[in-house]
Design a protein around this ligand. Structure first.
Ligand code: HEM
Length: 581
């Protein structure tokens, strides 16, 4: 008992109580002095003031105020000591890194609006090497650039690194998506959803992609006729918005022909919200995070947009279930939502359609189906548009690559009347197109800050001990521009992806889609959409730079994606008539 009383914690407790009483007395005195001064301005006479001071209500107010101030002071002091200790985290582990600010950690650097997060990480890597730690708010992130360690985190020791860093609060519908789900439930949901993106299932949505790409070619054609400059960023955003809107949400949008389409604008606005300074506050102060989650849900435009998507998808699900009951074949809809519903009910093609229809058999709840359809919309919109934009820019500024690519397209698809819809296999056989797109993804990885994991147990990375709860970040940009892996790393050279060279490269040297069991689920979808778009576009048009084309692209990293800040302006020139389309 004595030991316990004399323990360290007890002493700290006694110390805090003493400080608290000391502070109460101190504030009591201060309040008295301030009140005397103020009263001399307010009360007419000294007697009046003495009378009011001796009243019991004055005494109670005075003491309560003093206690409140003392409690506030002590909690600030505790918070200060707690933060000082927390920010010693990497120092205690012997991991180098930039000095954190007491409130922001290093988040102000990473979310700086004038300097790119990837540039900051370049600077840190130059200063501390390819293993260092920094803080977002108070959360510790260790950056791991060594490829063997990257492989250890993403693949070999995956069981210790299943989750992405926790957000600290439950924002719906994010927590029900593959991106936000954790541990066992993530495994179960991923297992159910994965077949939705298999090669065989991708064939089903091939026709939707083709139809949307044909509209893209038509839109670009109009600009080519008028010889006007085209912002390909906007054009590709229109394409990916329409494709993913139709495929994931069964929402028909005309955002390619109508660039000011409401759905597209809401989507853009939604993504812009992530760059709001309020988010910075939420990172620094957990309480703001809680309030923000509520405000976002009920009042902000981004919350309303999300709610409108939720309502829409729920109504489509209900509508389709009613149709099943009326005997309409479930396979009559070729979209991801349908595939999700089928996967969630474990209803494989050709199986008895009645089987698995009862709600009790569902492997995914409706909330999970809706949340994932929503995350496919977000995941499939900006990422693929960015990838296509960078690729178009690189192709336009490298005419030799463009001509070689055009030749390949004509050799393989020239005879097929451009009917890529029935020729999924041919798209996969376009090896030079694959090389060009891979090299574009290397130079401009569309997602630069998202490959992160949380250690669920203590582990060892090289010489460093990593305690459970530490977040690990894989620096994709730095890996993709490492001169030891990629000589002359800023040069666009699709030959780097010739099969022989590819075979001898470290598997973690090129990871635009992440790696391991938690890599990008939509990789097949993204590649199919992007390749069909590039193939159909480049068979008909030659892309060329115009006056507004930036010599060096201005980039921004508003959240986790790498965006072309000012768009990408090019022109399209019609090629001589081919047998295509
Ligand atoms: C060029 C286009 C795309 C790029 C570069 C990209 C990149 C990424 C990256 C880097 C990750 C994190 C992987 C990791 O942590 O190891 C990711 C995750 C994810 N992506 Fe993509 N993505 C693209 C397109 C898509 C599309 C079209 C969809 C859906 C239709 C999608 C759905 C997802 C989902 C659901 C996850 C989370 C997977 C999980 O946690 O299990 N992505 N993506």
């Amino acid at each position: 008992m004595f030991d316990c009383l004399m323990s360290y914690h007890f002493l700290i407790f006694i110390l805090q109580i003493t400080v608290l009483f000391g502070l109460i007395v101190f504030f009591d005195g201060i309040i008295h002095v301030v009140a005397s001064q103020v009263s001399s301005w307010i009360f007419w006479s000294k007697e009046e003031w003495t009378a009011s001071k001796s009243s019991s209500s004055w005494n109670v107010t005075n003491h309560l105020l003093a206690i409140g101030l003392a409690l506030m002071a002590i909690s600030l002091l505790r918070n200060y000591i707690y933060r000082r200790r927390a920010f010693q985290f990497f120092r205690r582990l012997g991991i180098p890194g930039p000095n954190p600010h007491l409130i922001k950690g290093n988040a102000d650097k990473m979310r700086n609006r004038s300097l790119l997060a990837v540039d900051i990480m370049d600077q840190w890597q130059a200063e501390f090497g390819d293993f260092y730690g920094y803080f977002i708010g108070m959360k510790p992130y260790v950056v791991v650039g060594d490829l063997d360690m990257v492989q250890q985190v993403l693949i070999r020791d995956f069981h210790k690194f299943v989750n992405r860093p926790s957000m600290g609060i439950e924002i719906r519908p994010v927590i029900n998506t593959l991106v936000g789900l954790r541990s066992q439930r993530w495994k179960e949901v991923r297992r159910v959803i994965s077949p939705t993106f298999s090669t065989r299932k991708m064939r089903k949505i091939n026709s939707t992609i083709n139809r949307c790409v044909d509209i893209l070619v038509e839109v670009v054609g109009k600009h080519a006729e008028n010889q006007s400059d085209i912002d390909f960023y906007g054009v590709f955003q229109g394409l990916t918005c329409q494709v993913i809107g139709e495929c994931a949400l069964n929402t028909t949008v005309d955002c390619q022909r109508q660039p000011q389409d409401e759905f597209l604008n809401s989507l853009r606005q939604f993504l812009k919200q992530a760059n709001n300074p309020i988010i910075d506050l939420a990172i620094y102060f957990p309480l703001v995070r809680e309030i923000l989650a509520v405000v976002c849900r009920v009042a902000s435009p981004c919350g309303q947009f999300t709610q409108s998507i939720i309502d829409k998808v729920q109504s489509v699900i209900d509508h389709r279930r009613n149709h099943y009951r009326d005997g309409v074949a479930p396979t009559s809809h070729n979209d991801i939502l349908q595939l999700l519903m089928e996967a969630s009910e474990n209803r494989l093609e050709g199986e008895n359609a009645a089987e698995g229809r009862s709600r009790s058999n569902q492997l995914l709840t409706d909330d999970e189906i809706i949340a994932n359809a929503w995350v496919f919309l977000l995941g499939g919109f900006e990422t693929t548009a960015n990838a296509l934009t960078y690729c178009a820019y690189l192709i336009a500024t490298h005419p030799d690559v463009q001509e070689k690519l055009h030749q390949e397209l004509m050799d393989h698809l020239g005879e097929s009347s451009g009917d890529l819809e029935t020729d999924y296999n041919k798209i996969s056989q376009l090896t030079y197109l694959d090389q060009v797109f891979s090299e574009a993804l290397r130079l401009f990885p569309p997602v630069v800050l998202f490959v992160t994991r949380e250690a669920s147990e203590d582990t060892q990375l090289g010489q460093f001990h990593i305690p459970a709860g530490t977040n690990v970040q894989i620096p994709i940009w730095q890996i993709h521009h490492d001169p030891n892996l990629w000589p002359d790393p800023y040069r666009f050279d699709p030959d780097r992806f010739e099969p022989e060279l590819k075979k001898n490269r470290h598997p973690m040297a090129w990871i635009p889609f992440g790696a391991g069991p938690r890599c990008c689920l939509g990789v097949r979808f993204a590649l199919l959409e992007a390749k069909i778009a590039l193939a159909k576009l480049l068979m008909k048009y030659r892309l060329v730079p115009c006056e507004r084309t930036e010599e060096k692209l201005t980039l921004s990293v508003p959240t986790v994606t790498l965006n072309p800040k000012n768009g990408v302006w090019l022109r399209a020139e019609k090629r001589e008539e081919t047998s295509v389309c």
